[in-house]
Write a protein that binds this ligand. Structure first.
Ligand code: NI
Ligand code: MN
Length: 226
C-alpha cells in the first residue's frame, strides 16, 4: 500500500488500482503540495470530521469523480445535500466497500460542519480505520489522547497521528497514543501548517523511540507499506 502525504491531515492511499483520499484539504491549505485539480481519479473520500481543514475539497472531488464520501451520518447527510455521493456510517460501525473496509472509531474534538449555516449537521468527529489488501491504516483525525485508542492495540500497520498541539494531541500525547496502539509504522500529521500548530517531528520520533518506525513525510512524499 502506497501512502502519499499532501500536507496537514490529507493522505492518498493506493493499492490494487484503487485510490482513496482522507481529509482532502488542498484549496487554501498552505502546506499542500498540489491543488485538487492535480489529484488523479479517486474511488472514495474518507472524512474524519466537518472542520474546514478536513472537509476541504471533499464535495467538489466527489462530484468530479463520482467518488463516495464516507463519513459520520450527519456529515455524510450534509455532503449529500450539497450534491455529493455519500455513505453514512457511525462510530463503532464497519462496512465493506469495493476499495476496502472502513471502520469509524472515537475521536475527542469539535463537531461543527464547515459551511453549515443551520447548525443541524453538528456531528461527532471520528478516527478512520481502513483495511485494504490485508493492511490496516488508522487515521486518528483530530483528537485528544483517549483510552479508547487502546482497543486498537496490535491491530494497526500504519498510524497517521496528529502532533501539532493546541487543537489536537501534541508530541508527548501523540507518542503515548503510539504506545496505546502499538502500530508497526507511524507518520505524524497536523503540524506546521500554521504557526499555532508548530511542532518538531524529530522530537516526536525521539519520544516514540523504538516502539514503532516513524516516517516523517514532506508534502508530496510517499511511504510504502510492504
Ligand atoms: Ni478539527
Ligand atoms: Mn484540524
Amino acid at each position: 500500500m502506497k501512502t502519499t502525504f499532501h500536507g496537514h491531515a490529507c493522505f492518498v492511499l493506493e493499492r490494487d488500482g484503487k485510490r482513496v483520499i482522507i481529509d482532502p484539504f488542498l484549496t487554501g491549505n498552505p502546506a499542500a503540495d498540489i491543488g485538487p485539480d492535480k489529484l488523479p481519479r479517486l474511488d472514495a473520500i474518507l472524512l474524519s470530521h466537518g472542520h474546514g481543514d478536513h472537509l476541504g475539497d471533499a464535495i467538489a472531488l466527489s462530484k468530479r469523480d463520482r467518488a463516495t464520501i464516507v463519513a459520520t451520518f450527519e456529515l455524510a447527510q450534509f455532503c449529500g445535500e450539497k450534491g455529493a455521493t455519500s455513505h453514512a456510517m457511525h462510530i463503532g460501525g464497519a462496512h465493506e466497500f469495493p476499495f476496502g473496509t472502513v471502520k469509524l472509531v472515537p475521536a475527542f474534538h469539535g463537531g461543527r460542519v464547515e459551511g453549515d449555516a443551520t447548525g443541524k449537521y453538528t456531528t461527532n468527529p471520528c478516527g478512520v480505520v481502513l483495511t485494504i489488501g490485508g493492511k490496516t491504516v488508522y487515521h486518528c483525525g483530530d483528537t485528544a489522547l483517549t483510552v479508547e485508542m487502546q482497543l486498537l492495540a496490535g491491530r494497526i500497520d500504519l498510524m497517521l497521528v496528529p502532533i501539532g498541539d493546541n487543537f489536537t494531541m501534541g508530541v508527548e500525547d501523540a507518542a503515548r497514543a503510539v504506545e496505546f496502539v502499538k502500530p508497526k509504522s507511524v507518520i505524524p500529521m497536523h503540524y506546521n501548517t500554521w504557526d499555532l500548530i508548530k511542532a518538531d517531528p524529530q522530537e516526536f520520533r525521539r519520544l516514540v523511540g523504538n516502539r514503532a518506525a516513524v516516517t516523517i513525510l514532506s508534502p508530496g512524499e510517499s511511504h510504502t507499506l510492504t
